[in-house]
Design a protein around this ligand. Structure first.
Ligand SMILES: [Zn+2]
Length: 69
């Protein structure tokens, strides 16, 4: 599945390790979704989201990273 914002990056699902939360993220532009309702109206941004929960905006904070279809 390709990102509805940049049309270039593929969407991955991952878990934020420290809070054990599942997210969806674009590998290219770091758009982020917290549910599987992935559209160009529902996304936010990985950096903003991670900062809002007090974590560094790093892919190393993620685990179980898998590409979704
Ligand atoms: Zn993207």
């Amino acid at each position: 599945m390709y990102c509805p914002y940049c049309d270039e990056g593929e969407i991955y699902t991952a878990t934020i390790k420290k809070i054990n939360k599942n997210i969806y993220i674009c590998e290219e532009c770091d758009s982020l979704w917290t549910t599987d309702d992935i559209s160009d109206e529902t996304g936010s941004n990985f950096s903003s989201y991670m900062e809002s929960i007090g974590l560094e905006p790093l892919w190393s904070e993620l685990c179980d990273i898998r590409k979704i279809d």
